[in-house]
Design a protein. Structure first.
Length: 182
């Protein structure tokens, strides 16, 4: 059975959300981050960077939430077969982990980047239900979790962005999201 390693309030919840969405059985291994369990030799064999999340799937080990999401989507046949669509989906996952997270969470750039990034996302969501169109995908888990964390942790105001705000609300109502993120 796949093992997911994470802390209480960590990016492991992003992976948990997707695992719940795809109904893939897993064991959640809760590491006590406060006591430094993620820095102990046993875990450093899994992720030498000492960060969570990480998964062990049989003999296969992988860390970094975006890489794990894409692996799980591929494993379960949830990635598009069309190369261009697969690239767009990958773009959203990488955007969430890099550009979007940095723009919303890094204090030095937050004030400048947040309005620009949210305005762009507002435009994208203006004509579709989900990032890839009418269907929910792993891209929505990646971007939606960053938005959720931004609202909770840095009190990002989504009120000026009706489509983004509605999107976050719609994602939060998904049973898998509610189960993993609460």
């Amino acid at each position: 059975m796949l093992k997911l390693y994470g802390g209480k309030r960590s990016r492991a919840n992003i992976v948990r959300w997707y695992l719940e969405e795809i109904n893939l059985p897993y064991e959640f291994v809760l590491l006590d981050m406060q006591s430094g369990a993620h820095l102990q030799a046993d875990f450093l064999k899994i992720n030498p960077m000492g960060k969570v999340p990480a998964i062990v799937d049989g003999d296969f080990v992988l860390w970094e939430s975006g890489a794990i999401l894409l692996y799980l989507a591929e494993k379960t046949g949830s990635l598009p077969n069309n190369l261009a669509e697969k690239a767009k989906l990958t773009q959203w996952v990488l955007f969430a982990n890099s550009t979007f997270s940095n723009g919303l969470f890094l204090e030095a750039s937050r004030e400048r980047e947040t309005p620009r990034l949210l305005a762009g996302l507002e435009q994208v969501l203006g004509d579709r239900d989900y990032l890839m169109g009418a269907e929910f995908s792993v891209a929505d888990v990646a971007v939606g979790s960053v938005l959720s964390f931004a609202v909770q942790m840095v009190k990002t105001d989504l009120a000026p962005y009706a489509h983004v705000s509605g999107y976050v609300q719609k994602l939060g109502e998904r049973p898998a999201c509610h189960k993993a993120m609460s």
